[in-house]
Design a protein. Structure first.
Length: 257
């Protein structure tokens, strides 16, 4: 199986398991990722997900160019509107996703990182969008998301040259939350997950939904935008539980309702 998928203590662990291909995405892997994200979204017991690659060399080297799907670049682009978050871009996911970047994140692999909400990288990790070097373009979010996540000229330089940027530089630009030695990567991920688990799941989904749906709006328009996820969180049982737990000086017990 090209993907390892496990759920434990409300956390979905998703591992691209093709280390002999630098965890590159072939068509079967793309389909399986789409299936997994559907499960994560639909299961109320899952409160966040962690995405990584097998081994220590690569998070994901992008599309497997040895996988001949018969699709042209134009065919793939035209199909993206139907794909939504399925597979790579994660753009319609409402639950928090942490990227555990254990090595190279190239092309679609880097675009998956951009689709995550929190990015933790090993200090040897490298990021690049090399599509232009093979006559393609970064269709799965690179052209849209990268200029919104890092300074515009940094994004243009990366996309137009395909040059690799190390984890420390990506952290300086604000795309990476933390950079640690590979030996400390799992412990750092666990710390972030612990903090996420301490927060109400519906609050986290509301925050993510509002941020993503209003990022293109002027502040006054963003304040006035409809936000059903926000209403759901504020009127939930967890909203009452959080306040009650604070008053009683105890840890809240979240139910996601």
């Amino acid at each position: 199986m090209s993907i390892r998928f496990e759920v434990a203590d409300h956390v979905a662990w998703v591992t691209i398991d093709r280390p002999n291909r630098m965890n590159a995405i072939d068509s079967a892997t793309h389909v399986r990722l789409a299936e997994i994200w559907d499960v994560v979204e639909a299961d109320p017991a899952i409160r966040c997900a962690a995405l990584t690659g097998a081994g220590e060399k690569a998070f994901c080297a992008g599309a497997d160019l040895k996988d001949d799907t018969g699709l042209s670049g134009s065919d793939y682009w035209q199909g993206l509107s139907d794909a939504g978050y399925r597979g790579i871009s994660l753009r319609r996911m409402t639950k928090p996703v942490i990227a555990r970047v254990n090595g190279l994140a190239l092309g679609g692999g880097f675009e998956m990182v951009m689709g995550c909400d929190i990015v933790i990288a090993a200090d040897h990790a490298r990021f690049a969008l090399p599509e232009a070097k093979v006559g393609r373009v970064p269709l799965d979010g690179g052209m849209v998301m990268l200029p919104r996540l890092v300074p515009r000229n940094v994004a243009m330089g990366m996309m137009m040259t395909g040059r690799m940027v190390d984890a420390a530089e990506m952290a300086r630009h604000g795309l990476v939350n933390a950079v640690v030695p590979m030996a400390d990567l799992d412990a750092e991920i666990d710390r972030w997950i612990t903090d996420l688990m301490a927060a109400a799941p519906l609050s986290l989904q509301a925050i993510k939904t509002v941020v993503r749906s209003t990022g293109h709006l002027a502040p006054h328009a963003a304040y006035e935008a409809d936000a059903p996820a926000l209403v759901t969180a504020l009127t939930s049982q967890d909203a009452e539980e959080g306040v009650q737990a604070f008053r009683e000086k105890r840890a809240p017990v979240w139910t996601g309702t």
